[in-house]
Design a protein around this ligand. Structure first.
Ligand code: NAD
Length: 493
């Protein structure tokens, strides 16, 4: 069985652990590779490599760091298809979807090339007589990223592009479910001119994460994944004195007002509900139909769901691929079993499960009760639930009472209603007639409530802030003529 290695100090390193984790091909259900999850000693080796590389990389000129990132951007651009194929082979998403992921990842490299501008400090001349005050932003040191299975290329790039250009060195712990693309990115960084040790990858699971949290040389942790793990990592990381941003799960509501264009809203709900088999943290999982729009909307969504072509990424006609694992597919199907008695199953995806691979067809549920696990749990699969309400206020209350606050969207032709929703929604990212409002790379990405633990969002300007700390210098050039002893607290004159 092919062993997927770590990447330490600029080279692939086979794992030494005897424990093995399988890497599946979700389209066939067969194992295609395995990894030897990093032990604490191997994590230590990777962190050591990053710590050794830090002084040299930090001292490297800003324009040289940006140049490396620019070259990396060019290499990712030139290798889009290869990266998309590699991630799709382990994740199962369709090639067009995988190419979209690469494009959204690439944006982060583009943004990071402009970091020298964003790293400028401030300068106040003559803050007191003969005294100047200025601020500078400095890197943190070794920082680590822990990433989920659903975006194995884009989410690491959310983190490392900014982290590296700010002068940090990086240890990535990718998802053990689709680990290979991290090595492809590591090799592109090497080819872009990144010195050995500046970017490292440790394959593994909780054991590797725990070792990163415990390592005193790791200054900061960026995490993206499910809410229980995000919360645990935030708590353990901050207790260990580290800076932590931990992005968690979601239950994204799409509110459709009675005046919305039904066809466009249905197109959006289907694209955002079933794209990537619903395994996106910004997937729409609940459509909140307000008033009389419900019947025509459910009908229009059902009509479209019936037409979705499910298949392997190797099938050029496939629009939706398999789920990530057999267990996850069965878990999602279990929700549908429960729906038989609690909701109206308008489209049932269980029939499309198939004998091979981890496939599950798209399902549409109507009149979902808000106290059932169908509504309260993050299902993370191709299941779209419709909840019917009478008023905008009831719809807003659902959005705001939900423990998650990643993304939400409103569909309406009323600009005033849309503006009110943008003002009222207790949620980190809002779409107005846009179902998946993932911000472009020059804004930052982050939810509220149980969708993010920490203060700063990820990538964009918040990313620069997260990966640097501010130092303020107060400076005077000595003037013997005015020098005197003064035991009072320093004051401005
Ligand atoms: P996950 O939480 O199971 O795993 C994420 C990472 O944490 C992986 O690298 C995994 O190896 C590691 N991990 C898992 N259990 C751990 C533990 N007990 N201790 C330490 N580390 C552990 O998430 P997943 O299944 O890979 O990804 C899907 C989840 O990620 C969904 O909940 C989705 O909403 C969320 N997600 C959120 C965002 C966001 O931006 N908010 C983006 C993508 C995915």
């Amino acid at each position: 069985m092919r062993l997927i290695p770590h990447w330490i100090a600029g080279a692939a390193v086979p794992g030494a652990a005897t424990r093995r984790l399988p890497v599946w091909d979700p389209a066939t259900g067969e194992q295609q590779a395995e990894l030897a999850p990093a032990t604490a000693a191997e994590v230590r080796t990777a962190v050591r490599a990053a710590a050794d590389a830090y002084p040299g990389w930090r001292a490297t000129g800003l324009s040289r760091r940006a140049e490396v990132m620019f070259r990396f951007r060019e290499l990712v651009d030139a290798n889009r298809k290869e990266i998309a194929a590699a991630l799709s082979a382990e994740h199962g998403k369709t090639i067009p979807d995988a190419l979209g992921e690469v494009a959204r990842g690439l944006e982060n490299a583009e943004f990071a090339t402009g970091a020298p501008y964003l790293l400028r400090g401030g300068y106040s001349e003559q803050a007191s007589s003969g005294v100047d005050v200025y601020s500078i932003r400095q890197p943190l040191g070794v920082v680590a990223g822990i990433t989920p299975f659903n975006f194995p290329a884009m989410v690491p790039m959310w983190m490392f592009c900014n982290a590296l250009v700010c002068g940090n060195t990086f240890v990535l712990k990718p998802s053990e479910k689709d680990p290979s693309v991290s090595l492809l990115l590591a090799d592109l960084l090497r080819r872009a001119g990144l010195p050995d040790g500046v970017f490292n990858v440790v394959q593994g699971d909780k054991e590797a994460v725990d070792a990163l949290i415990a390592d005193p040389d790791v200054q900061a942790l960026s995490f993206v994944g499910s809410t229980p793990v995000a919360r645990a990592i935030y708590e353990a990381g901050t207790r260990a004195g580290k800076r932590v941003q931990a992005l968690g799960g979601a239950k994204n509501h799409m509110v459709v007002l009675p005046d919305a264009d039904v066809a466009s809203a249905a197109d959006a709900a289907v694209s955002a509900g079933y794209g990537s088999a619903g395994e996106r943290c910004m997937a729409v999982s609940v459509v909140v139909a307000v008033g009389a729009v419900a019947d025509p909307l459910v009908e229009a969504i059902a009509e479209r769901v019936h037409k979705i072509r499910v298949g392997a990424a190797s099938d050029p006609d496939a629009e939706m691929g398999p789920l990530i694992s057999r267990e996850h597919r069965d878990r999602v199907a279990g929700y549908l079993d429960a729906a038989d008695t609690t909701a109206r199953v308008v489209v049932d995806g269980r029939a499309a499960t198939g004998d091979t691979g981890f496939f599950l067809g798209p399902s549409l549920l109507d009149r979902v009760p808000v106290d059932s696990p169908l509504y309260t749990d993050e299902i993370f699969g191709p299941v779209l639930s419709v909840v019917r309400v009478d008023t905008y206020e009831e719809a807003l209350k659902l959005v705001n009472d939900n423990p998650y606050g990643n993304g939400t969207a409103i569909f309406t032709r009323d600009g005033g209603a849309a503006r009110r929703f943008q003002y009222d929604a207790v949620c980190g990212m809002v779409g107005v007639n846009v179902p998946i409002p993932v911000p472009v790379a020059y804004y930052s990405f982050g939810g509220w409530k149980a969708s993010l633990f920490g203060d700063l969002h990820m990538y964009g300007p918040d990313g620069i802030q997260f990966y640097t700390r501010t130092k303020v210098v107060t400076s005077r050039w000595p003037d013997p003529a005015t020098s005197e002893v003064d035991l009072g607290f320093p004051k401005v004159r």
